[in-house]
Ligand binder design. Structure first.
Ligand code: SAM
Length: 238
């Protein structure tokens, strides 16, 4: 076995390990998590405004009715918000239990199981990708794979909206949402995420960094980031 094969095998097994742990953790907490975030957007006018702008950008840059995937959708409240704005959105999540909860809560919307590391979606098939706090469990070494997948499935002009915790920190959770589990949570510097998106072929259009609200600050949360980016309409090299 060559050194390169050994390195690839190690990366593959690290990836399947974090995917397995993340999947089983969210399977445990799906119901409790859904309750917690059901009305989260009601108190987030800035996020709602950004989702509205995003839907409009997809319609302008690709076409009205172009599909938007909410990747790492959890219980589907963001997917439902996008649909409520007239978008043709569906949800995808790693956790079968999250997908089941999302289907129960939003029976008119399509939800599927899958991983952002290897999307079962055709090249260039989407007008938009939303990843709302769903890369927060992805080890930074796997982010290039994820961003390459987002880029691959977007049509030329397709739009990406990425929400995540700004900063530079790794926290391991053994207990959350009333359950024992095992989750790594990553805070990432927005400039580093922007650089990785550009390396994957995206043009970064906007970086919104907001301060934590009072409740977030009390819970030890810091700044929150939303990056908007798009896949070029020019033919890609290679
Ligand atoms: C913090 S929750 C966010 C859920 C939802 N987007 C929200 O804003 O409430 C993270 C979600 O990402 C999903 N997730 C984590 N890694 C994933 C992956 N590789 N592919 C698809 N979904 C993933 C988890 O199962 C979980 O539902």
């Amino acid at each position: 076995m060559t050194e390169a094969t050994r390195t690839n095998d190690r990366a593959d097994s690290d990836e399947s390990r974090y995917l397995g742990i993340t999947r089983s953790s969210y399977d445990k907490v799906a119901g409790a998590y859904a309750e917690l975030v059901a009305d989260a957007l009601d108190s987030r006018p800035l996020d709602r405004a950004l989702f509205g702008a995003f839907v409009e950008m997809v319609e302008t840059a690709v076409r009205v009715g172009a599909e938007i995937a909410d990747i790492g959708c959890g219980p589907g409240h963001v997917t439902a918000h996008l649909c409520g704005r007239g978008a043709n959105a569906f949800g995808l999540d790693l956790s079968p239990e999250m997908v089941a909860v999302a289907r129960r809560r939003h029976p008119d919307i399509r939800f599927t199981e899958g991983s952002m590391t290897a999307l079962d979606l055709a090249d260039g098939s989407l007008g938009g990708v939303v990843s709302w706090y769903s890369i927060v469990h992805t080890p930074p070494t796997s982010l290039p794979t994820v961003f390459a997948e987002f880029h691959r499935v977007l049509a030329p002009g397709g739009q990406l909206m990425l929400g995540f915790k700004a900063g530079e920190r790794l926290r391991h959770l053994d207990h959350a949402y009333g359950h024992d589990l095992s989750l790594d949570v990553y805070w990432m510097p927005p400039d580093r995420i922007a650089a990785l998106l550009e390396a994957a072929g995206f043009t970064v259009d906007s970086r919104v960094i907001r301060e934590p609200g009072e409740a977030e600050r009390a819970a030890g949360q810091g700044r929150q980031a939303v990056l908007l980016a798009h896949r070029s309409t020019e033919p890609q090299e290679g």
